[in-house]
Design a protein around this ligand. Sequence first.
Ligand code: UP5
Ligand code: MG
Length: 190
Amino acid sequence: SKDSTPFITFVLGGPGSGKGTQCAKIVDTYGFKHLSAGDLLRREIARNSEYGSTILDTIKEGRIVPSEVTVRLIRREMELSDNHKFLIDGFPRSEENRISFERIIGAEPNIVLFFDCPEEEMVKRVLNRNQGRVDDNIDTIKKRLKVFEALNLPVVNHYAKKGKLHKIWAVGAEDEIFEQVRPAFAGCEV
Ligand code: UP5
Ligand code: MG
């Protein structure tokens, strides 16, 4: 219920590493509420909200939307949900995102998953996706990869040091990858 302490999982990994795909399986198996930061931002673009055009420009450039915008969207979804288990996909993308979340939400993640995938594989998957995303073109993918390496890897390292990181080799069949995900949620079966 809403009164219980939230159980928070961050899902990290480069563009096309399979975060969304594995999150769907985690939701089915462990009953989490899935919050994709990218999807929340794309929804703001679609509904022409106050920040829509700035978010669109930022995503086209593969850059990171200001923390207060993203954290506010995530917080609203957490407050609206009657679930207390959250799978936060594609966030935090920088140390600034992380610090902002911890300050505004007042909580740290219980678990952090990191999908480790070679760049060539990520590029191939994103170019094959064909869902009309404005950032799924080779120029933007290159920028997304640079931003990921420079800003997201420090977050990964932070949680590794804290002993919260579950690093998963993200190449192979989706079901094989999910078998590596399961141990992170031992005791979370619904
Ligand atoms: N696929 C999946 N698993 C596979 C497997 N094992 N073998 C072969 N193919 C596999 O998968 C990508 C594709 O690969 C799919 O076609 C899938 O079928 C296939 P997916 O599960 O979609 O990967 P995912 O990691 O979710 O890739 P995504 O492109 O969504 O990751 P990004 O992190 O790039 O995108 P996100 O939506 O999180 O962010 C987009 C942009 O929003 C960012 O670049 C940034 O500009 C902005 N943003 C912020 O500013 N702040 C935020 O907090 C979040 C986003
Ligand atoms: Mg995704």
